[in-house]
Design a protein around this ligand. Structure first.
Ligand SMILES: Nc1nc2c(ncn2[C@@H]2O[C@H](COP(=O)(O)OP(=O)(O)OP(=O)(O)O)[C@@H](O)[C@H]2O)c(=O)[nH]1
Ligand SMILES: [Mg+2]
Length: 320
């Protein structure tokens, strides 16, 4: 088992830092402005401003309140706090909340034969795109991947996955629009077994006629998977769009109980200045974050590292 260590991967940190640039500029620069360079004791007004910055970056009320309390306690004694000390304290708190880096070995993905991965989430969050990226990632690791077009609700959904299949040279199982998604999954599992695939990644619909329908459908897919492959689905990845902030969190909660989510993927981190939502999500949902999406290309998916994420938030930025 290898513990994921971002410091050992060249280029990893600079890519993450780039994706977090807007958030970093937002938090880090504003803290500098509030704290200034003076060495005078921190005031209530400064604490209020710090609170507003953290709330503004979507870190969530609980996290923010905790961090501000910590700073207040710290200043009760000496009373002197510099900007860099404040950042260091926030950094420590955030890593604590994110739970450090978790040991999760992607090598297991080859052990299910096929290892069945369901990708779920509300419409538009980036499910299909993320499947393309996952397929690319696992292909590159030498795994044999097959993808299932089980979002049969929209005609365009199958076409979109087909494009990702071509872009990543990954086999796809598809059927006509309107086919029962569980039937597509069933066929995909049969194909995966027959062709000795390691990993099967299934797309799902983000929206149906009603939410009850959608949850029933996901439940049926889970049952079919479990019947055909012992222990399947091995992963259910819930996709959350970072740009939707607290709203995304509320939507995500609805998926949790029914679809048996095992891991989270936060997309569009590159498109928001409120990357703090990642911390709110981790604190609230208590499900490990496995990957983050940092763009629209097949390479734009990264393993999540709590330490790298927090380091990225407080990385040096070029001041304008
Ligand atoms: N910038 C950025 N855009 C992304 C990322 N992930 C997905 N997108 C874009 O988000 C949009 C929606 O992505 P889809 O993959 O179609 O989302 P979906 O969840 O499959 O949507 P439905 O099938 O309609 O439920 C597309 O324009 C993607 O290119 C990301 O990490 N960064
Ligand atoms: Mg889709």
């Amino acid at each position: 088992m290898s513990i994921f260590n971002y410091k050992e991967r060249p280029g990893y940190f600079s890519r993450l830092k780039e994706a977090l640039k807007s958030t970093t500029e937002d938090i880090s620069r504003k803290i500098d402005v509030v704290m200034g360079t003076s060495e005078s004791p921190i005031t209530e007004a400064q604490l209020d401003d710090l609170e507003a910055i953290l709330i503004g970056a979507d870190l969530g009320v609980d996290t923010t309140t905790g961090v501000i309390e910590k700073i207040r306690e710290e200043t009760r004694g000496s009373g002197f706090l510099t900007s860099s000390k404040v950042k260091r304290m926030i950094r420590e708190e955030l890593i604590k909340i994110l739970g450090g880096d978790i040991d999760w070995d992607e090598e297991n993905l080859a052990k299910g034969r096929p290892y069945v991965v369901l990708v779920v989430g509300v419409n538009g969050v980036g499910k299909t795109t993320t499947i393309g990226k996952l397929a690319h990632r696992y292909n590159k690791q030498g795994k044999k991947v097959i993808i299932a077009a089980s979002d049969t609700f929209r005609a365009a959904a199958v076409e979109q996955l087909e494009i990702w299949s071509q872009r990543t040279s990954t086999e796809i199982v598809r059927q006509a629009q309107g086919t029962d998604p569980a039937a597509v999954l069933f066929d995909s599992i049969a194909a995966a077994k027959a062709r000795g695939k390691d990993v099967l990644i299934a797309d799902t619909a983000g929206r149906l006629h009603t939410k009850a329908n959608l949850m029933q459908e996901l439940d049926k897919m889970r049952r079919i998977a479990g019947r055909e492959v012992p222990g399947a689905p091995h992963e259910v990845f819930l996709i959350i769009d970072a740009t939707t902030g607290q709203n995304g969190l509320i939507q995500a909660r609805q998926f949790l109980n029914i679809s048996g989510v095992t891991g989270l993927i936060i997309t569009k981190l590159d498109g928001t200045a409120k990357g703090g939502i990642v911390v709110a999500i981790a604190k609230e949902l208590k499900i490990p974050i496995r990957y983050v999406g940092v763009g629209e290309k097949k390479e734009d998916l990264m393993r999540f590292s709590a330490e790298a994420f927090v380091d990225g938030l407080f990385a040096e930025t070029t001041r304008v």
